[in-house]
Design a protein around this ligand. Structure first.
Ligand code: GRF
Length: 203
């Protein structure tokens, strides 16, 4: 039984694209049934539209502020009967208005470091901090997201990437991003497998 997935985005959408491709190729038993963006101009929205997916933007300014925008976004996700929400480069903190509507639908987030290391920082800042710390290995984490938490929650998947001599933040980001695209698909596959497991146990 195919898992119904909603994806929240804000930017370029390469993780969304990785999921679109994996669903289309049948590498994961999931279907993206709704894409929500915090920004109208997000390239991720174009990717969704090109793939023929229902997609909408919920900019706070045009929707009565952050809480009202997130409440509406959650209503749309629930109306699409999502069984998993993936935050794939969603750049806002989700407030109570979102969680109250979403109920017990699980939410996962992707972060470009090996959490708990380098949590709470945005994209390029993470890689700058990794370089400044002089560590030799970094990576990415897909974790459960919960009300009131930032870059915390149970880890679902982690993948590693080396930090190489001569790296700058952009080069390191590109190497980590390759791992993100694998990790996000692996994470969704875990939820799809759990759904299938529950169905078989009930049969
Ligand atoms: C990724 O690095 C992700 O880990 C972080 O935001 C970035 C989103 O990239 N949360 P993209 O929009 O999926 O290309």
């Amino acid at each position: 039984m195919t898992l119904r997935v909603g994806v929240c985005v804000s930017g370029r959408g390469t993780n969304l694209q990785a999921l679109i491709d994996a669903c289309r190729d049948g590498r994961v038993d999931a279907r993206i049934v709704y894409v929500a963006s915090s920004r109208k101009a997000a390239p991720a929205l174009e990717r969704a539209k090109l793939a023929g997916l229902p997609a909408e933007a919920f900019p706070p300014a045009a929707n009565g502020g952050r809480d009202a925008a997130q409440q509406l976004m959650a209503r749309r996700l629930v109306a699409a009967e999502v069984e998993l929400v993936v935050l794939a480069g969603y750049d806002r903190i989700l407030g109570d208005a979102f969680w109250d509507v979403l109920g017990d639908v699980p939410v996962i987030n992707i972060h470009p470091s090996l959490l708990p290391a380098f949590g709470g920082l945005n994209r390029l800042k993470v890689h700058e901090a990794v370089l400044a710390a002089g560590v030799s290995v970094t990576g990415c984490t897909v974790h459960r997201a919960h009300r009131g938490m930032l870059d915390e929650g149970e880890i679902v998947v982690q993948r590693r990437a080396p930090v190489l001599r001569g790296d700058d933040a952009e080069r390191l980001e590109a190497r980590v991003l390759e791992q993100e695209h694998i990790a996000i698909v692996e994470a969704v596959a875990q939820f799809a497998a759990a759904k299938e497991g529950t169905r078989l146990a009930r049969a």
